[in-house]
Design a protein around this ligand. Structure first.
Ligand code: ZN
Length: 275
C-alpha cells in the first residue's frame, strides 16, 4: 500500500493540512455581456427624430416557439426589418435596429444601445405565447411597477427571463438590482410612452388582429430607460396558428409595419406641434 494513504488513514482529520482536503480546481465560463456592444448603423436623414427598433430575443435565446417550430427570434427580426423599411420609406424619421442578425443581447444592452444613440422612441418587437392556442391579437406594453392584470404580470416574468441563459443571469453580471424602481423623473417618459401605445392601438386596429385592451402595463426590464419613451409591441400570438401564419406572411408583416409607421408619424407630428 502506498505511503501517503497510510498517513492519511493514520492521522486524525484535524491534523491533515486544509489544502490536502479541499479539491483545487476552478470552473470558468465566458459571459457575453462583459463586452460593450458596438452601435448599430443609423439610417435616414440627419435632423429627423430617431426610432430604434429592437427585434426581441436572438442567438441562444429563441424566445417563444410556435407549435410548428417557428421561433419568436426569427419572426421578430423579420418584423423589425419590415418596420424599419416602412419608416424609412415614409422619410420622417431615422431608424436603427438593435440587431440585424441572429445575435444574443441582454435586455440592458437593448435599451442601452438606443440611449447611446439618443433615440427619441424605442420599440421592442415581440410575439406573445399562451397555453391556450385560441389566445389572439396584438397588444402594447409600457412600463409600470404594477402590472395592469395577471396576464401582464406573467408576460413580464417571461420576457424579463431573456437575460437568464442556462441558469446564468447575464443581465445582472455587474450587480444590478432585479426589481424595477421607477423614478419620478420617469413620469414624463411614461406619459409619452403611453401616448405612443394608444396611437399604435388606434392605427393597428383596422389593419391587424388586436386585443380589446390593447395598451397594458408591466414591469418590463427592456422598457427601463428613464429618458426615452419605450413600448414593447406584442405583435400577436406565436402559439396561435392563425396569428403565427399572419405574422409569417408578407401581407401580415406589411400590415404590422404600416400600423407602426402611421403611429410613429402621428406621434412625432404631435410632439412637433406641442413645441
Ligand atoms: Zn418575447
Amino acid at each position: 500500500m502506498p505511503l501517503p494513504i497510510l498517513l492519511l488513514a493514520w492521522f486524525p482529520p484535524s491534523l491533515i493540512p486544509a489544502a490536502a482536503r479541499v479539491p483545487r480546481y476552478k470552473v470558468t465560463q465566458a459571459v457575453p455581456a462583459a463586452k460593450r456592444v458596438a452601435l448599430p448603423e443609423v439610417r435616414g436623414d440627419d435632423d429627423r427624430p430617431l426610432v430604434v427598433i429592437d427585434a426581441g430575443h436572438g442567438g441562444v435565446d429563441p424566445g417563444a416557439v410556435g407549435p410548428d417550430g417557428l421561433r419568436e427570434k426569427e419572426l421578430t427580426l423579420r418584423i423589425a426589418r419590415e418596420i424599419r423599411d416602412g419608416l424609412l420609406a415614409g422619410g420622417r424619421v431615422r431608424v436603427a435596429l438593435t440587431r440585424d442578425d441572429d445575435r444574443f443581447l441582454v435586455l440592458r444592452e437593448r435599451y442601452g444601445v438606443a440611449r447611446r444613440l439618443k433615440a427619441n422612441l424605442f420599440i421592442s418587437v415581440h410575439c406573445d405565447a399562451a397555453a391556450a392556442s385560441t389566445a389572439t391579437g396584438a397588444s402594447a406594453y409600457t412600463l409600470s411597477e404594477v402590472a395592469s392584470d395577471k396576464e401582464a404580470a406573467r408576460l413580464a416574468a417571461r420576457e424579463n427571463k431573456g437575460d437568464v441563459i442556462a441558469g446564468m443571469n447575464l443581465g445582472q453580471a455587474r450587480g444590478d438590482v432585479s426589481s424595477i424602481l421607477i423614478d419620478l423623473a420617469q413620469r414624463e417618459t411614461m406619459n409619452l410612452s403611453a401616448s405612443f401605445a394608444r396611437l399604435l392601438g388606434r392605427e393597428a386596429t383596422p389593419l391587424m388582429p388586436v386585443k380589446a385592451n390593447f395598451h397594458r402595463m408591466a414591469s418590463l426590464m427592456v422598457l427601463k430607460a428613464p429618458d426615452m419613451p419605450s413600448v414593447l409591441f406584442e405583435t400577436g400570438y406565436i402559439s396561435n396558428p392563425v396569428d403565427a401564419a399572419f405574422l409569417a406572411s408578407d401581407d401580415g408583416r406589411d400590415r404590422v409595419a404600416r400600423s407602426v409607421r402611421r403611429a410613429v408619424e402621428a406621434y412625432f407630428a404631435r410632439r412637433m406641434a406641442a413645441r
